[in-house]
Design a protein around this ligand. Structure first.
Ligand code: NOJ
Length: 452
């Protein structure tokens, strides 16, 4: 059986992580500029000022994708590049950049998948309170309107938000990512509600402006993997994946972000304790949040093993096995997360499913032969893709898989210290060196995953 004939294999990036040109052609600052320019926040005090210089080298990067037969490219638009004030005047030069990029992709037969928001929130809006401000929904709606009016004749596939768990949860609750603040529940709960409302509003705007639009959403969450085939363990893992056992961690959960967007409800248990913080009249907002989706995405990298237990929750999460394989950034390798994650998510949400990110950081290096050999990455992707194909064969409506990432890039708090790319970037010269895994992935794509 295998993947559908029209299965979308691709590679992904995000604006802040690759573009650089942070103050060029009218771009203004975003929260990640401010955060990374604050000493001590990011590994080695790295920042996105130059990144992969993709703003100037985009043609070369598109040519590489074309050369290796990558048929789909997921990238994001930098809001502060196209609307420097966050709202109001459009920066034509910024908009032109994306317009030329899209033209080039299409000319090379590559389908653009555009993420509207991948964390680079305009500082000008953050100064007005950002997601704390009730107007933030309108700001996002207007931004989406402007982008889709300009590019919607050519871009048909959209992802509204990338990983709200991270930009809101880590950004405003845990305080471990930009802007790096720790707000209490009474502040973060309404902020989440506004992000969800913005997602719904954007979905409507996209459909209004773009003929033939397809709308998606890309949250995250490491799946719970049953510790054995025993149906009791499978049930325990299913429960654990959507459970919000500790309400203080609600913002990092799967169900808090996906149940409202897809099912139109907040998860019951969490709601009981958090309802008091939601804006008055929140119930009437729910139909505006749960707008129809054409595809539902997840970024999945790892998972944890869960088994049934005689405790209040009915399950327990196991420690990683002794000697468990892991990636350079210490994430546990769990290929089955690409089987159980898609399965549990598809069972619950019943929306065509896309893996919007998967991949690994390796200790990549240029060898004496001038090449970058990364057998670990090939093996990782191979194992994960086999599991995703198994999920497709077992009934998940699997529509696509995006490797993270096309290029080594700015890995947020880790700066340039982690390399996730299929293409190696020598930051001193900005030279690109395709890694072995890119050639391998190219062959997988050519056979639609049949000879995995
Ligand atoms: C999630 C994020 O969407 C992406 O920006 C990040 O680089 C990768 N995962 C790897 O951490």
């Amino acid at each position: 059986m295998g993947f559908r004939k029209d299965f979308a294999f691709g590679a992904a990036t995000a604006a802040f992580q690759i573009e650089g040109a942070w103050d060029e052609d009218g771009r203004s600052r975003c929260v990640w500029d401010d955060y990374s320019h604050t000493p001590g926040k990011v590994f080695g005090n790295h920042n996105g000022d130059t990144a992969c210089d993709h703003y100037h080298r985009w043609k070369e990067d598109v040519a590489l994708m074309a050369q290796y037969g990558i048929p789909n490219y997921r990238f994001s638009v930098a809001w502060p590049r196209v609307i420097p004030g966050g709202k109001g005047a459009v920066n034509e030069k910024g908009m032109d950049f994306y317009s030329r990029l899209v033209d080039e992709l299409l000319a090379k037969g590559i389908t653009p998948w555009m993420t509207l928001f991948h964390w680079d929130y305009p500082s000008a809006l953050e100064d007005l309170g950002g997601w704390r401000n009730p107007d933030s929904v309108k700001w996002f709606e207007d931004y989406t309107d402007i982008v889709t009016r300009r590019l919607g004749d050519r871009v048909k596939k959209y992802i509204t938000f990338n990983e709200p768990q991270c930009f809101l949860g880590l950004g405003y609750a845990v305080g471990a990512m930009a802007p790096g603040v720790q707000l209490p529940l009474e502040a973060t709960v309404p902020m989440c509600h506004r992000v969800l409302l913005s997602h719904g509003a954007a979905a409507d705007v996209i459909r209004r402006n773009v003929r033939g639009a397809e709308v998606g959403y890309a949250p995250c969450g490491g799946p719970s993997i049953p510790a054995s085939d025993d149906p009791a363990d499978v049930e325990a893992a299913r429960k654990a994946y959507f459970d919000i056992a500790d309400v203080s961690r609600y913002i990092m959960s799967v169900s808090w972000w996906s149940d409202p967007a897809v099912l139109g409800v907040y998860p019951e248990k969490a709601l009981k304790q958090l309802e008091k913080y939601l804006p008055r009249g929140w119930e009437e907002d729910m139909p505006r949040i749960a707008r129809p989706l054409d595809f539902y995405c997840q970024n999945i990298y790892y998972g944890s093993r869960v088994r049934r237990a005689d405790n209040e929750r009915g399950y327990e999460t196991l420690e990683p096995k002794v000697g468990q394989t892991k990636t350079a950034c210490q994430w546990m390798t769990e290929p089955e997360s690409l089987y159980w994650g898609p399965r549990f998510l598809y069972e619950r949400y019943r929306v065509p499913f896309v893996i919007s990110e998967n991949g690994m950081s390796c200790h990549d290096a240029v060898s004496l032969d001038g090449k970058v050999h990364d057998p670990n990455r090939e093996d990782y992707m191979h194992r994960y893709l086999l599991q995703f194909r198994r999920a497709a064969e077992d009934g998940v409506d699997a529509r696509g898989y995006f490797a993270w990432s096309l290029l080594d890039n700015f890995e947020w708090n880790s700066g340039y210290n982690e390399r996730f790319g299929l293409v190696y970037v020598d930051y001193a010269t900005q030279r690109r060196i395709p890694k072995d895994s890119l050639a391998w992935y190219s062959r997988v794509i050519r056979t639609n995953g049949e000879d995995l």
